[in-house]
Design a protein around this ligand. Structure first.
Ligand SMILES: Nc1ncnc2c1ncn2[C@@H]1O[C@H](COP(=O)(O)OP(=O)(O)OP(=O)(O)O)[C@@H](O)[C@H]1O
Length: 294
């Protein structure tokens, strides 16, 4: 039997994964896997678990984007080159949604058992990897600042409430983006660099795929409230990228500088400080995905 390390974060999403553990083991065993579970007690535990998984044929992660982020960082640090299965059990699960991996636990297990593998790209920002998004500025650190109990109870709604709470303090930040031979100096409210297509449930880069060897940089320029509101409406319709208040760049490398002490975010976790050197590694990871993925 093939061996599968199952790493699960008991605090992801509404904390209900533990109630489904028996179902998961049953489904995966029937799919040909001996399951070796690891309930993480902390983020450090994720790194420890991967260090002890050399003998495994695949890594299965149950959690949201933050947990997936630590698992892939640990795997890439250790050069552990085995496929990853995802059982989405976080709050937003943007990356799993991008890969069409269903939230329903039994269906997610079927995808792992079916064994269809997609090679996906991974973003790198300074020394850390990200699978879905790296970001900075207004609203981008909502998931870091949120109270874990509120998130467990209210789910995605907690992100929106925290976001509205932050609005009175919003201001533009001066950034310099270097991309290919261009240098852009601009005041922006926020920037996101996407490998996937969605962040916080919003489809920000509708055409992005995580296996095209490209990252998508989207920044919202400083503008008045009316323009910002119109931009939000356009975003809901997927038409925001054409707006003159948006910087939209597609590429393999970006460098971003900012003289202010602004926090950054990668996959919902605390990111590195400026300056940021962002790049993409094409087809760096193998992930079990549905046949009709993206
Ligand atoms: N026992 C634990 N093991 C791992 N991470 C933990 C643990 N307890 C709390 N955490 C925190 O959980 C966060 C990751 O949560 P995760 O992203 O999996 O779920 P989520 O935030 O509910 O979902 P999403 O990111 O999709 O919105 C990390 O920031 C980490 O600090």
């Amino acid at each position: 039997m093939k061996k599968a390390r199952l790493i699960y974060n008991p605090y992801s999403g509404d904390r209900s994964f533990r109630m489904r553990l028996d179902l998961v083991i049953d489904k995966l065993q029937r799919g040909g896997y001996e399951v070796i579970p690891h309930r993480t007690m902390s983020v450090e535990d994720i790194y420890l678990s991967i260090s002890n998984s050399d003998y495994c044929d695949c890594i299965i992660v149950s959690g949201g984007d933050g947990t997936i982020n630590h698992v892939i960082n640990a795997m890439l640090q250790k050069d552990l080159d085995v496929p990853i299965g995802i059982i989405p059990s976080g709050t937003s699960n943007d990356f799993a949604a991008h890969l069409n991996i269903p939230k329903r636990v039994s269906h997610a297990c079927d995808i792992i058992s079916n064994g269809n593998i997609l090679e996906i790209d991974v973003g790198k920002i300074n020394e850390r990897y990200f699978v879905n998004v790296a970001a900075g500025g207004l609203l981008t650190d909502v998931s870091q600042k949120i109270d874990i109990n509120l998130k467990n109870t209210l789910g995605k709604m907690a992100y929106y409430i925290k976001g509205i709470e932050q609005l009175p303090n919003f201001r533009a930040i001066p950034i310099t983006i270097e991309h290919e031979d261009n240098i852009i100096n601009e005041m922006v409210y926020l920037f996101v660099i996407l490998n996937g297509s969605t962040a916080g449930g919003f489809k920000l880069a509708p055409d992005a795929t995580a296996h095209d060897g490209k990252l998508n940089l989207i920044a919202v320029k400083s503008c008045n409230l009316m323009e910002l509101f119109n931009l939000f409406i356009k975003m809901l319709k997927g038409e925001h990228l054409e707006s003159s208040n948006i910087i939209y760049l597609k590429g393999e490398k970006f460098s971003i500088k900012c003289n202010e002490n602004i926090e950054t975010d990668i996959d919902g976790e605390t990111g590195p400080l400026f300056p940021l050197n962002v790049s993409i590694s094409n087809k760096k990871l193998k992930v079990f995905t549905p046949i009709n993925h993206i």
